[in-house]
Design a protein around this ligand. Structure first.
Ligand SMILES: Cc1cc2nc3c(=O)[nH]c(=O)nc-3n(C[C@H](O)[C@H](O)[C@H](O)COP(=O)(O)OP(=O)(O)OC[C@H]3O[C@@H](n4cnc5c(N)ncnc54)[C@H](O)[C@@H]3O)c2cc1C
Length: 594
């Protein structure tokens, strides 16, 4: 089985050349985030992912997790790896320095997150959720809660969870019923949450739940939801652990993938009520939770990228070794990587992965800019871009991950379908990614509803303008990049027309917009990916001409970008046609005809 190796060359290229680390390190608060500090950090993270986290992936998949007498256990190898993660201070990398973090950009946190998720996606979920909880507490909780909880969470000694889902409230959070009754200095929480990732475990001494609940007199719907911090163990004023709180796991789910991640049913208040503390204002909880959800959406997109990368590495190594058949014009046994169709599959994986990585990291960079710039116009532009790209990163990257991890199995042939190579696990693990943290349907609705229509297409227009600016730059590179130039221009044109089509539909046919939403999202992802690959090709081309840096890597980048332009971008025609078809057949069929 192939070991996981973080793709450091591409990571460094994307971080520096596409996401603009140099510009980010000029922003107030990021002066220390320079290349000479970051390079060794990424190298050490890569070693940690390969040597410590990676080897736990199969063990976790096979061992799974259990609950016995209310105690959740995971294989000891995972627990040991997590302790080393805490000792290495990895959780705090991109957390604020005020409470013990290193204060590095989200861009760098995204790169290490890709490594954790590539090495072991089920385990990687734990620090991912802790990171979201830390952000939410930092942004919205009282000083007192920050003082009591943040240091231990940033060190990784306590983990965090996100407790939204209830049996009747999945995509529709307005249906949440968990109750919060005001008491002296706190609230009493009661209800049941389901599907809570790392909802309980013994890897750390405390688990901090961020719980959505409703006050007794709260308005109906999402305007009546509040957010609470509910620790597994209460915390005394001096920071020491107090009584066990009334939140207990009743079961963990048996699932298709991510076996080592406990997906818990949690009962609050079976013994009188769990003590919870309000975060933000009463009835304004969903807005606070969106801090956590937005980061989680970027991170789940990165999970899609990471598991695709791991699947690719395994498929590539297998294809270089497996001998089967002959290649025309070259007598003698061939390794399967020599067959045109296998090379097509590998290039599909490689080119989409590179486009996904660039799209995710460029989005992470917009978060850093929007948080640290002192220029209000730049801040508005960057936060509009983050909002626009977040559902694309979550939706497109995770949908593509389904295709790529499936190709990973295909390249292995029958061996891929049995469990020994790991290829099957990557496909199973990837399957959840389009479901949790908002299904693709919900991301697509968010994209067309909130990010295009509610914005009158403004953020998208800015994006389209920037994509157009690449055209003369690519044209100046000559015939080698012509197919890339032409593909980016065609994709951009389709995205613009589809956007105008959406904007024109709001009044007469609101259904049409939501029927088109998925294809529009996939179109946007495919075109943004092409834009990033176009940028990458132009930079690599220039570096090759100037004899600057790793020529092999830059040559491969240009070829991979050409493949994306010639073989992947044409998909945008199908998405465009489907999105703008004006067909309502999906709605025309009566329910009983399904
Ligand atoms: C392994 C795992 C881990 C999870 N971890 C967590 C966690 O840590 N915390 C947490 O709170 N939750 C968690 N969840 C829950 C997860 O976020 C939900 O499963 C997800 O949001 C979908 O909700 P649902 O399962 O109720 O599906 P439903 O909401 O019933 O959706 C079913 C289908 O209907 C579609 N649909 C529903 N509404 C709409 C709409 N308005 N427009 C278009 N299509 C729609 C969906 O896209 C989907 O295809 C986890 C789930 C799993 C399986």
């Amino acid at each position: 089985m192939t070991d996981y190796n973080a793709p450091l060359k591409d990571l460094n290229f994307v971080i520096n050349e596409l996401a603009g680390l140099q510009e980010i390190s000029k922003l107030p608060g990021f002066e220390h985030a320079t290349d000479d500090l970051l390079e060794p950090i990424l190298e050490e993270a890569s070693r940690f992912a390969r040597e410590v986290l990676g080897p736990t992936n199969t063990v976790g998949d096979q061992g799974g997790c259990r609950v016995k007498d209310g105690v959740v256990s995971v294989p000891s190898e995972l627990s040991e790896a997590y302790q080393l993660f805490v000792e290495g201070g990895w959780q705090g990398l991109d957390c604020s320095a005020e409470h013990g973090g290193m204060g590095l950009p989200v861009l760098i946190g995204s790169a290490t997150a890709e490594m954790w998720q590539g090495a072991n996606l089920a385990l990687g979920l734990c620090p991912m959720l802790t990171a979201g909880a830390i952000e939410t507490i930092e942004a919205h909780a009282s000083e007192e809660l920050k003082q009591l909880y943040l240091e231990k969470m940033i060190s990784g000694e306590w983990t965090g969870t996100m407790d939204l889902t209830e049996p009747q409230a999945g995509s529709d959070l307005a249906a949440i019923k968990t109750q919060a009754v005001p008491d002296t200095g706190h609230y009493i929480i009661s209800g049941t949450k389901i599907f809570i990732t790392w909802g309980d475990h013994e890897m750390t001494e405390n688990v901090v739940h961020l719980v959505l609940a409703r006050l007794p007199d709260a308005p109906e719907g999402i305007r009546g939801i509040s957010l609470f911090l509910v620790p597994k163990f209460l915390v005394n004023d001096d920071g020491s652990l107090g009584d066990r709180n009334d939140v207990f796991v009743t079961s963990v789910e048996h699932k298709l993938g991510i076996h080592a991640s406990p997906t818990c049913v949690l009962n609050y208040g079976d013994n009188g009520g769990a003590i919870g503390y309000l975060i933000g204002q009463e009835n304004r909880g969903l807005a606070c939770m969106f801090t956590m959800m937005n980061l989680a959406r970027l991170q789940v997109g990165i999970q899609g990228l990471a598991v695709s990368e791991r699947s690719y590495q395994a498929a590539r190594d297998y294809a270089k070794e497996r001998v089967q058949g002959e290649v025309l014009g070259s007598p003698g046994p061939a390794r399967i990587i020599q067959h045109p169709d296998v090379r097509r599959m590998l290039m599909t994986m490689k080119s989409l992965i590179e486009a996904m990585r660039a799209t995710a990291y460029v989005t992470a960079a917009t978060i850093d800019i929007s948080r640290h710039t002192e220029d209000a116009d730049v801040r508005n532009e960057a936060s509009g871009r983050t909002a626009l790209l977040t559902p694309i990163v979550k939706g497109w990257l995770t949908e593509v991950a389904q295709e790529l991890t499936s190709i990973g199995v295909q390249i292995h042939g029958g061996t891929g379908f049995v469990e020994e190579t790991g290829a099957a696990q990557y496909l199973r693990d990837a399957r959840i990614l389009t479901i949790y943290e908002g299904t693709t349907g919900i991301q697509a609705n968010d994209l067309v509803g909130r990010k295009i229509l509610a914005d009158s297409g403004l953020a998208m227009q800015h994006l389209l303008k920037e994509i157009a600016e690449l055209d003369p730059v690519l044209a100046s590179c000559g015939p080698e990049l012509e197919s890339i130039r032409s593909a980016v221009a065609t994709g951009r044109q389709r995205l613009e027309e589809a956007t105008n089509w959406l904007l024109g539909k709001t009044q007469d046919k609101p259904d049409a917009v939501y029927l088109a939403a998925f294809d529009y999202l996939m179109l946007a992802g495919t075109v943004v990916g092409a834009w990033q690959m176009g940028r990458a090709a132009e930079i690599a081309h220039k570096k090759l001409a100037g004899n600057d840096g790793d020529a092999e890597f830059h040559k491969a980048k240009v070829i991979t970008a050409r493949f994306y332009a010639e073989e992947i971008l044409p998909r945008s025609a199908g998405y465009f046609e489907a999105a703008t078809s004006d067909s309502s057949s999906a709605m025309d069929l009566q329910e009983d005809q399904f």
